[in-house]
Write a protein that binds this ligand. Structure first.
Ligand code: S3P
Length: 442
């Protein structure tokens, strides 16, 4: 392992204390950019996350002809107007669209461009070009879209759009909001009802937001539909704070003696707050309170405090989608709990920005925790009072959520640790470190 690009993470100087806000939700920000680009007219957006991933979506829709006029607001978020291509459709881009590290950009774009007679090549960085795309191309092919090379698993892939798509009723093999969204977006332009059903409920931002843009959408427990053809119309979108970013502050407060924090204005969509329910079941001091709605999205306050008596628990497979991005940070928290924690059915972790299942097991083993995989289940034997070894250096694998997860081992413990390629945090939470400093000084 090379020694370059290591960031030292020092223990926090004191407990986390006081109120804060986290940057805008990444999933809602992507959708606000993409849906506004598809709509007729100018959508006013605010609270949009300014991060590398969201910038990939912004650049992509600009290449396809949307007019994006966003400026930085005082709180660091992006706000302003996005004028979509509407019924004229996206323009033929003159070069491939680079989606960077962003799976959401690449997968949702496939559904965005599918119903138009254009040819769009999508590519991405080293991580994204390894991630599975057949889960999106397979249902889109059933609707009449073609891809080049046919049957390819990974990017770069060229989408050969088709303006005469047919609706489908699709039984998805895995719970994935990216898959569901790509199919529903293509379905907006098919003549009839397009339905996606999934094994357990994935995040539902698409179903909640599309009606704001005038789409005829229905949503059930494990199913969502759109009735096409339908042209989206401009609206107004306010993006609440990202619960996935909040989860790092929350778990740090739970682990760091004396801490007591409140995170305001954060999305409390239950399809995203599985981590709160898991922490509750572990015996953590945590609470939520809804204070308002942005469109149909609930937001409010998460309060969390130091929790010295954490207990292991079992998280059933049907709950995993509601906390899929938080499993690494919950795994670190479980490492300090008494007893075994079992996360059932977490195979999807293997195909995220890195193989997070393998990374979690490897790092927990390295710090002296017994953690293992059986089938698709992750087992962690917690050790309250665990001390990490001296001179610990952990590779983030250039994965933003892993960089933030491992940094909790330094921030909440009593020894500095090193993290290789820590700047991956820019993908979703560029102000991660500053936010901790702010809460320690309050
Ligand atoms: C996302 C859905 C999830 C999640 C990702 C964002 C979205 O992925 O892990 O970070 O915005 O739709 P899958 O749809 O692949 O589960």
């Amino acid at each position: 392992m090379s020694t370059d690009n290591i960031t030292i993470i020092e223990p926090l100087a004191g407990p986390l204390d006081g109120s804060t806000r986290v940057p805008g939700d990444k999933s809602i920000s992507h959708r606000a950019i993409l849906f506004s680009a598809m709509a007729e007219g100018t959508t006013r957006v605010s609270g949009v996350l300014d991060s590398d991933d969201v910038r990939s979506s912004i650049k992509a829709v600009q290449k396809l002809g949307a007019d994006v006029n966003l400026t930085k607001a005082i709180d660091g978020s992006l706000e302003g107007g996005i004028t979509g291509w509407g019924s004229a459709g996206p323009k033929q881009p003159d070069e491939p669209i680079d989606c960077g590290n962003s799976g959401t950009t690449a997968r949702l774009l496939m559904g965005v461009v599918a119903p138009w007679d254009i040819k769009v090549t999508l590519t991405g960085d080293e991580s994204l070009t390894k991630r599975p795309m057949r889960r999106i191309t397979a249902p889109l092919m059933k609707m009449g879209v073609n891809f080049e090379p046919a049957g390819r698993e990974t990017l770069p892939i060229t989408v050969l759009g088709d303006s005469s798509l047919h609706p489908i009723d699709y039984d998805a093999p895995m719970s994935s909001a990216q898959l569901k969204t790509a199919v529903l977006l293509a379905g907006l332009y098919a003549d009839g009802t397009t339905t996606v059903s999934e094994p357990s409920p994935s995040r539902n931002h698409t179903e909640l937001m599309l009606p704001e843009y005038g789409a005829d959408t229905t949503a059930g427990y494990r199913t969502a539909s759109v009735n096409g053809p339908c042209q989206l119309k401009a609206c107004e979108v306010l993006v609440p704070g990202d619960p996935s970013s909040a989860s790092f502050l929350v778990c740090a407060a739970v682990l760091k003696p004396g801490s007591n924090i409140q995170i305001e204005n954060v999305s409390l969509n239950t399809a995203r707050t599985g981590f709160v329910r898991t922490l509750e079941r572990m015996g953590a001091n945590i609470d939520t309170r809804i204070t308002g709605y942005a469109g149909k999205e609930a937001y409010g306050i998460i309060s969390a405090a130091y929790s010295p008596n954490l207990l292991g628990c079992e998280i059933p497979a049907q709950h995993i989608a509601s906390e899929i991005d938080e499993i690494p940070v919950l795994a670190i928290t479980a490492a300090f709990a008494k007893g075994i924690t079992v996360f059932r059915g977490v195979g999807e972790l293997k195909v995220k920005e890195s193989n997070r299942l393998q990374a979690v097991i490897q790092v927990l083993n390295e710090i002296g925790i017994d953690a293992w995989e059986e089938g698709e289940d992750l087992f962690i034997q917690g050790q309250p009072g665990l001390k990490v070894p001296d001179g610990l250096v952990i590779d983030s694998r250039k994965d933003h959520r892993l960089a933030m997860t491992w940094s909790l081992l330094g921030l909440c413990g009593d020894k500095a640790i090193g993290i290789r390629d820590f700047d991956a945090v820019k993908v979703s939470f560029p102000t991660f470190r500053a936010q901790f400093e702010e809460l320690v000084q309050k």
